[in-house]
Design a binder for this molecule. Structure first.
Ligand code: BGC
Length: 631
């Protein structure tokens, strides 16, 4: 008998081969995962229904010493030359130092850059997401198109905690729209000396006001909101713990600076009575992280101070978040990088803003642990704090950020404009210049800050040291705001130098003058005052106007004692940001003046430092005391 010849259907053969291939690949994949030690999909730390504590404990128990130390490293994004290092070394956190931007500096450019770092971090053995941080100092201020709010000193002048909470919330949403869930704000330093280049980053020299607004900022930042990834929030970083703002002029440890990164006198009563309350308020408000300053307390750099970081902050104040050191701050501790890292971690620093050499850091710290110089329990405590934050933020469970970024919405700009109006302080109005009346039909405007959004925004705007000009999308210069608001038929002339045609005087001259942007110690100045160009512009404007209003756009009170007598009206506008229209709102009386000086305005530098109780160094009276401000 002949059997019919069996023919194999090629389709079945292909299907069969594919099934075998898939099974083999799965086997190889799980084999590879198991030799690489990749925990299974059902590992407790991967389960959203587990408590944060359970997830942290499970993950921590699976980590090697090196992986733990990697989590403690905070690396500047441009220091990562091979992007795979993020996974290879299990880098815990990254930042855009000094506003370091993506190749394409747009909102989507930021979102894509951060998303790529996060995606790479998730390919590590344990898949721990990297935490990305940015200095959203006054809005998400590195990103063109974001709403730039007044710098903190202007918010201090407003004294309005609801406003501050609202601004922090909007900023958090704009950060999250670019995939960033960690901001290095608010600044709770208390500036006693206006020669310090960081005065404007602070709310006030008054601990009570700084505490009130600082806590509001923390609440606004950390309050959950819903977005495309579900519910999200951003971790705030009150800084710079502690005593910053009280450094002595000339004591800077940085040869390029005078007071920034200097020495705060080691007076514990002063530290506790004045500098601690804002941080206590921020901790009580639930701050997720806290940054230690680059200043010294007496002889010792803050990052080395076990008593203040561990005993006072973590112990007495009960801070359960993580403590991050400032830029290269750990390596400012004498003794070389190895000893410095040991000292700082033992002092209680949990995350080290290296911000460059992560490989050396991991090697050094793991050696120190193996030699018993750092107890592994200290490392576990640090990593537990870091992982807790990452789980609470939802970073492990977040789908890739697919949300279309929305920054700089109209609503946010309206809020910023309101903040500008509330931050203005009327210091003098002897000739009833304000509000501007309808019989004022000819206005002349002059000065370096009149038509320059870069200048009115100050530093930490796109660039660390700020920008020049009017090129930020959707922004309004103070001049433009005045032009937009002036009634029909009113002639508004502008010349930066105050050069106008001879002839009839204008009804009102408005000099809008101020400081060029500066950040950190680069703004330390032995004599903060107006530039020669601005002083000359004021003089020329005065000669060609019946009345003179001077608007000072600056990060701090300027020494104007010799000039102010000849000005009819003076407004301190601080650094208002992109919504210059808010200034016109108040000049025209649409919104009343409500701002008050958030810090004393000295007559001369010999009055510095001004003590928290308002006493000047030379015992003379201030030009204006703290909280001065006319209505
Ligand atoms: C500043 C910090 C800032 C950090 C990161 C440092 O130079 O002191 O305030 O958060 O840089 O940019």
């Amino acid at each position: 008998m002949k059997f019919p010849k069996k023919t194999w259907n090629p389709v079945w053969i292909i299907i069969g081969l594919m099934v075998v291939l898939v099974i083999a690949m799965q086997f190889l994949f799980s084999y590879e995962r198991s030799i690489l030690g990749v925990p299974p999909d059902d590992a407790p730390y991967r389960q959203t229904e587990q408590t944060t504590e359970a997830r942290v404990s499970d993950l921590l128990a699976r980590m090697t010493l090196e992986e733990k130390i990697g989590q403690m490293a905070l690396v500047e994004k441009n220091s990562v030359h091979d992007i795979d290092d993020i996974a290879t070394y299990g880098i815990g956190a990254m930042l855009s130092g000094a506003g370091a931007k993506p190749a394409m500096n747009t909102v989507t450019g930021w979102r894509d850059m951060v998303a790529e770092f996060v995606a790479v971090s998730r390919t590590s053995r344990l898949g721990i997401p990297v935490l990305y941080g940015a200095d959203a100092i006054h809005g998400h201020s590195n990103v063109p198109g974001a709403t730039i709010f007044p710098h903190a000193i202007g918010l201090g002048a407003s004294g309005d905690e609801l406003l501050v909470e609202h601004i922090a919330r909007v900023t958090a949403k704009e950060l999250a729209a670019t995939g960033i869930y960690w901001t290095y704000s608010p600044n709770l330093d208390l500036p006693q000396d206006i020669r310090w280049g960081r005065t404007y980053e602070t709310f006030s020299d008054d601990p009570v006001l700084a505490a009130k607004l600082g806590a509001a900022f923390v609440r606004g930042t950390e309050q959950p909101f819903s977005n495309a990834t579900g519910s999200a929030f951003v971790i705030s970083t009150p800084k710079h713990f502690i005593g910053a703002g009280g450094m002595v002029w000339g004591s800077s440890s940085n040869n390029d600076f005078y007071i920034d990164q200097g020495t705060t006198p080691p007076d514990e009563t002063l530290l506790r009575d004045v500098y601690l309350p804002p941080f206590k308020a921020a901790v009580d408000a639930g701050a997720g992280s806290l940054m230690v300053g680059l200043n010294s307390w007496g002889e010792e750099k803050l990052s080395a101070n076990h008593y203040l970081i561990t005993d006072v902050l973590k112990g007495e104040l009960g801070f359960t978040g993580f403590v991050v050191s400032d830029w290269y701050g750990v390596y400012e501790i004498p003794g070389g990088n190895y000893e410095a890292a040991i000292t700082a971690i033992n002092a209680g620093i949990d995350v080290v803003m290296l911000p460059f050499e992560y490989k050396e850091f991991i090697t050094n710290v793991s050696r120190a642990v193996k030699l018993g110089r750092i107890d592994e329990a200290r490392i576990d405590d640090a990593v537990r704090r870091i992982l807790t934050a990452k789980f609470e933020l939802g970073l492990f469970d977040m789908p890739p950020n697919t949300e279309l970024p929305t920054v700089g919405s109209n609503e946010d700009r309206v809020l910023a404009r309101e903040a500008v109006a509330k931050s203005l302080v009327l210091l003098k109005d002897d000739a009833n210049v304000l509000p501007i009346q309808t019989d004022v039909t000819h206005i002349r405007v002059a000065g370096s800050a009149a038509d320059n959004v870069g200048l009115q925004s100050g530093a930490w705007t796109i660039e660390w040291q700020g920008i020049d000009g009017n090129w930020l999308p959707g922004s309004t210069s103070i001049l433009k705001g005045i032009q937009d608001r002036a009634l029909e038929g009113v002639r508004v002339e502008y010349n930066i130098l105050g050069t106008f045609e001879a002839g009839e005087k204008a009804d009102l001259g408005i000099a809008i003058v101020g400081e060029k942007p500066y950040a950190e110690g680069w703004g330390d100045s032995a004599l903060p005052t107006l530039s020669k160009e601005d002083t000359q512009a004021i003089a020329k404007l005065k000669a060609s106007s019946k009345k003179l209003l001077v608007i000072i756009v600056s990060g701090r009170p300027l020494i104007i004692t010799d000039d102010i007598a000849s000005w009819d009206a003076v407004v301190a506008a601080w650094l208002p940001g992109t919504e210059g229209g808010g200034v016109a709102d108040v000049l025209y009386g649409d919104v009343p003046f409500t701002g008050k000086l958030p810090l004393p305005w000295p007559r001369s530098v010999s009055q510095l430092p001004v003590l928290p109780n308002g006493n000047t160094a030379d015992g003379t009276t201030l030009l204006f005391p703290r909280y001065a401000g006319l209505k």
